[in-house]
Design a protein around this ligand. Structure first.
Ligand code: TA6
Length: 320
């Protein structure tokens, strides 16, 4: 071997990569779990692309999931973040395009395809690998997993890309709807988020003061919010509002929900009787530990012409 007295010192070993997020599939390929190096995690059921778990670094669950939730694809998941598309609520009799659809549409009852993951630096902390991880899911009119009831009732060519991004202190879900049809179609979008609280009677919701809302427990009458909201009975309100929605409990901010291009937010708690009436809502007093804050575009219709796209997103931050 030729001696080279002046050979360069060995290159400094490339510093090791910081710890990376992990992404794992369940054995039956029905679930995908992403975990940050610092312990935060999300679990997504491919059925409905339903986020069924979001845990912080101490493994504290942030989403409410009924203990009777069906996770086998036989019915929409009761809890987590079910996706509502192309219609919100019961199919409106007067809207021909959606009048035959099941309540809340077919996104939450279709099997989505996992499209992949990506990670990025969410901050400069190289040691803890303070990264974020994004999971992408897809559903199209041509997909095998599309709910046949939806395909039959809503025969438009469309494509959906749903992205779920986990950072250390927040979770973002974003939906892009594309019209691949020759015809225009109307749609509504909503992220039906079940937030976990300790005791609903100690919860206040702020940020909606002076916003108008439709009160679905009072003959769908239109009202104006005065001050913060407390949940003292069945509550089912569709607000039109900008700005963050803040969920506090015992004076401490639990969640701050911000929206991008979603002008409505539904506040829902079934309370005693409605909880009793839902077979998959368990435990029956579980209404005390959940609050739905549901960003959406549901006040009217998004009309997409051929080639048009609509994108809406929510970010749920832990704390203020
Ligand atoms: O978002 C509130 C709401 O529209 C309520 O009226 C109630 O129906 C809730 O959704 C649950 O709907 P689901 O079809 O999941 O039972």
């Amino acid at each position: 071997m030729v001696e080279r007295p002046n050979k360069p010192s060995s290159l400094v070993a490339t510093p090791g990569l910081p710890p990376q997020p992990t992404v794992n599939f369940s054995d039956d390929n029905s679930l995908v779990t992403a975990t940050l190096p610092t312990g935060e995690s999300i679990t997504v059921l491919l059925y409905g692309a339903t986020v069924i778990s979001w845990k912080d670094s101490s493994s504290t669950e942030k989403l409410w999931l009924s203990s009777a939730a069906k996770l086998d694809g036989t019915k929409p998941v009761r809890g987590g973040i079910p996706l509502v598309f192309p219609v919100f609520g019961p199919p409106p009799a007067g809207h021909a395009q959606t009048s035959s659809l099941p309540q809340h549409g077919f996104a939450r009852t279709s099997r989505w395809e996992f499209l992949g993951k990506s990670t990025s630096e969410s901050s400069g902390d190289q040691q803890t690998g303070d990264l974020s991880v994004k999971l992408d899911f897809g559903l199209s009119s041509a997909a095998d997993g599309l709910d046949p009831k939806g395909k039959a009732a809503w025969p438009f060519k469309f494509n959906l890309i749903y992205s779920v991004t986990l950072n250390r202190r927040d979770l973002t879900t974003s939906l892009v709807v594309t019209n691949d049809d020759e015809r225009a179609f109307d749609c509504q979008v909503l992220m039906h988020t079940y937030l976990k609280v300790k005791d609903i009677t100690n919860v206040t919701i702020s940020g909606l003061d002076s916003s108008s809302y439709v009160d679905k427990v009072d003959a769908a009458s239109t009202k104006t919010q005065s001050g913060e909201i407390r949940i003292e009975g069945e509550t089912d309100r569709v607000y039109t509002a900008d700005g963050p929605v803040i969920v506090s409990e015992g004076g401490k901010t639990l969640f701050t929900v911000t929206r991008d291009n979603l002008s409505n937010v539904v506040v829902w708690n079934p309370w005693v009787e409605k909880a009793k009436g839902m077979g998959d809502f368990e435990p029956k007093d579980g209404y005390k530990e959940m609050l739905c804050v549901e960003p959406g575009s549901v006040g009217g219709w998004q009309t997409l012409e051929k080639g048009d796209a609509f994108e809406g997103a929510q970010t749920i931050a832990l704390g203020a």
